[in-house]
Design a binder for this molecule. Structure first.
Ligand SMILES: [Zn+2]
Length: 345
């Protein structure tokens, strides 16, 4: 019995010795490995090897922050895929590439920006960052100019992949304010001029213009045709029904047809003359005036602002006229021009 016990004791001792040697060996090998190697993650992104990062969780958090960023007009950040990580032991001398990984991810991300376009008369003038800013701008412009001129400002939400060129609200206000200020100034000048013209028409009558046969440049003004119809008498025509050569263009059409004003302007006269019948004079910019005669009805008054296309009167046959037609005159600086140079071509 004693011999058996002694044998077991001997083997147990041997086993402990062996275990001790193995553990010691593992510790020595581990220390050796850790001196030479460090743990890292090999990164693969879009089938490209981007090197190593030491902590994949930190890198993932940075990427999450980038994707969730909503500053600087960023509405959405879309990644086509996430990086893949493989645990590795790498040589201690090996550099990790956290920055390279993050910049590669950012470079391939699809970023959508959101901003607000401020449109003046349908054309984009500026982009601003927030709707509140845009609304504040429109309200302040309305308040400053809205009473005197038509402030056609609209806001449009814009989504784009292009990096936005947004401006500070003060810049947008200054730019748009300047444009509206010019418009207001022009209107005030036109109004003043219109008042002077009104005096001329009421004291001398309408038929005062000289005639020019040559094509005169109207500047930055595009006319539209006031009515559709048949040309019944041309500019310069001589006829027994008139005391002098025809200073306008006659367009025959049905009684009551609405007459559109050919361009923006201010009504300088709306009233009666024994030759012109009921007629309207409108002053436009660049010293251009138009005259609409023989009307059955007038829908505007002197001093009224009109927009191109507004119906200002109805076709008739009042005054020195032998049938329903519009007698249209275009004048520049008091000289009658041939309407066919600009319209009904
Ligand atoms: Zn005529």
């Amino acid at each position: 019995m004693k011999a058996i016990f002694r044998g077991i004791k001997h083997y147990t001792k041997l086993l402990f010795k062996l275990a001790f040697i193995i553990i010691l060996g593992v510790i020595i090998i581990s220390i050796g490995l850790l001196i030479k190697y460090k743990p890292a993650f090999e990164v693969t992104f879009l089938e490209e090897n981007l090197g190593y990062v030491s902590n994949k969780y930190e890198v993932e958090e940075e990427i999450n922050n980038y994707v969730d960023n909503k500053e600087n007009c960023i509405a959405d950040v879309e990644l086509s895929e996430r990086p893949q990580y493989n645990f590795k032991l790498i040589s201690n001398s090996e550099q990790t590439n956290e920055e390279g990984v993050l910049s590669k991810v950012a470079d391939t991300a699809i970023v959508t920006y959101r901003m607000f376009a401020i449109k003046l008369n349908g054309e984009v003038r500026d982009y601003v960052e927030s709707l509140e800013e845009a609304e504040e701008l429109v309200a302040s412009m309305q308040k400053e100019y809205g009473e005197e001129i038509n402030v056609d400002l609209t806001i449009e939400e814009v989504y784009t992949k292009e990096i936005p060129e947004v401006v500070a609200i003060e810049t947008a206000k200054a730019e748009i304010g300047e444009e509206l200020g010019v418009k207001l100034q022009q209107k005030l000048e036109l109004k003043e001029e219109a008042l002077a013209f009104t005096k001329v028409y009421t004291s001398r009558g309408a038929n005062v213009s000289r005639m020019s046969k040559s094509v005169v440049d109207l500047g930055d003004i595009d006319l539209i045709e006031p009515v559709k119809g048949t040309i019944s008498s041309r500019f310069g025509a001589i006829s027994s029904i008139r005391p002098s050569a025809h200073k306008g263009l006659d367009i025959a059409t049905a009684n009551g047809t609405g007459i559109k004003v050919v361009a923006d302007g201010i009504v300088t006269f709306a009233g009666w003359d024994k030759y012109y019948g009921n007629y309207v004079m409108v002053l436009h910019k660049n010293g251009i005036e138009t005259c609409y005669a023989h009307c059955s009805k007038l829908y505007v008054e002197a001093g009224e602002e009109v927009k191109q296309g507004d119906i200002i009167a109805a076709v008739g046959s009042t005054g020195n006229s032998t049938g329903n037609h519009l007698h249209l005159e275009i004048r520049k600086d008091g000289v009658a021009l041939n309407p066919l140079h600009y319209l009904y071509k």
